[in-house]
Design a protein around this ligand. Structure first.
Ligand code: ATP
Ligand code: MG
Length: 330
């Protein structure tokens, strides 16, 4: 039996040798080095230099912990401040958009309303002038449609955002549906005096040999919004609507134009409510900036996706996919 065995054999269970206590301290330091900043060194009843060292280490650890907590707290406060600044900027931006929207919408509502009130007041005065009567009633009629469109858009966006719109799966004759849209927009094109723009529809309906089901009302609303934008923002060239792909579950359609295009910065937010390329409404085209957010809301509700490729002064292509089902009678 050597000397150290002799020493350890003479120790009681709860008594540790100095060397074991130093080993404990070394182990503690290793734990701290690995991140255990809560580690406390053991103080015995011996009241010796090792206890004094442990006490000093504990005090040091308290200081380190306090410093660490302070650092964590400072980091938390810095992060919170950054989040607050972002939230404040967002709130300012949303306030600015809301004000812009109110300014736009009151203009958009007042214009047709003033026309309706003004021209209906004039009607009795021109009762014997048939030509004028026709002209005035046409203005009243168009203004009423504009007003109805704005009110419908506001109601639609409110309904979509509050989750009150449901999907109506119906058997659709897609060929007739698209023909109707083509006829409507060819007419619309004439009204806008934009007959010089080439308008084509490219949907291979013959590829669909079985009856299919989808929400045709919503697809019509999506295409109408995208096409009216295309006609509004295109002054020459071509507008095309068509099908890019047809899988067993989805079809992918596109509306492309050779219009004014959308800048890269604006593309990221173009589907947000009230966003329009030109803030100053006296310079911009008619509209409230709700159309694309309705389109995106409807497509997402249907379980589809929409994306945009555009280049300023070259044109834009809006592509979207929406699900459909093959109709199974039994
Ligand atoms: N095809 C397009 N070409 C160029 N810019 C477009 C096109 N489509 C949309 N934009 C830009 O995106 C903005 C938002 O379009 P959105 O349809 O949401 O609103 P709007 O057409 O201005 O008004 P609303 O559709 O409510 O009458 C437009 O104001 C326009 O700046
Ligand atoms: Mg629009």
């Amino acid at each position: 039996m050597n000397r150290s065995d002799l020493i350890s054999n003479t120790m009681t269970d709860n008594e540790k040798s100095k060397s074991e206590r130093i080993d404990d301290i070394i182990e503690g330091v290793m734990k701290i080095a690995h991140g255990d900043i809560d580690h406390q060194f053991e103080i015995t009843d011996n009241n010796d230099k090792i206890d004094a060292l442990s006490m000093g280490m504990n005090m040091l650890m308290d200081d380190i912990k306090e410093g660490h907590l302070q650092k964590v707290e400072n980091e938390r406060i810095t992060k919170l401040n950054e989040e607050l600044i972002i939230a404040k900027e967002k709130a300012f931006e949303s306030e600015r958009l809301k004000n812009q929207f109110l300014q736009n919408i009151s203009h958009e509502i007042r214009t047709p309303l003033n026309a309706i009130i003004g021209f209906s007041e004039l009607l009795p005065t021109y009762f014997d002038d048939k030509e004028r009567l026709i002209e005035f009633t046409e203005i009243i009629n168009n203004s009423s449609s504009d007003l109805l469109q704005i009110i419908n858009d506001i109601l639609d966006i409110a309904k979509i955002e509050s989750g009150q719109v449901s999907i109506n799966w119906e058997i659709v004759d897609i060929k007739t549906m698209l023909n109707n849209i083509e006829v409507f927009f060819s007419q619309y094109q004439k009204q806008l005096n934009k007959s010089h723009i080439e308008f084509t529809m490219n949907f291979p309906c013959d590829k669909i040999t079985q009856p299919i089901q989808f929400d045709s009302g919503k697809l019509k609303q999506i295409l109408t919004n995208l096409l009216s934008n295309a006609f509004k923002f295109t002054h020459s060239g071509k507008i095309e609507v068509g099908c890019k792909g047809l899988s067993d579950t989805h079809f992918t359609m596109y509306v492309s134009d050779t219009g004014i295009g959308i800048s890269k910065e604006l593309q990221a937010q173009i589907f947000d409510r009230f966003i329009q390329a030109e803030d100053n409404y006296t310079q911009k085209q008619k509209g409230t900036g709700l159309g694309l957010s309705i389109v995106k809301g409807l497509i997402e509700l249907l379980g589809g996706n929409i994306w945009l490729e555009s280049e300023l002064n070259k044109g834009s292509t809006f592509t979207f996919s929406i699900p459909y089902k093959f109709y199974k009678p039994f």
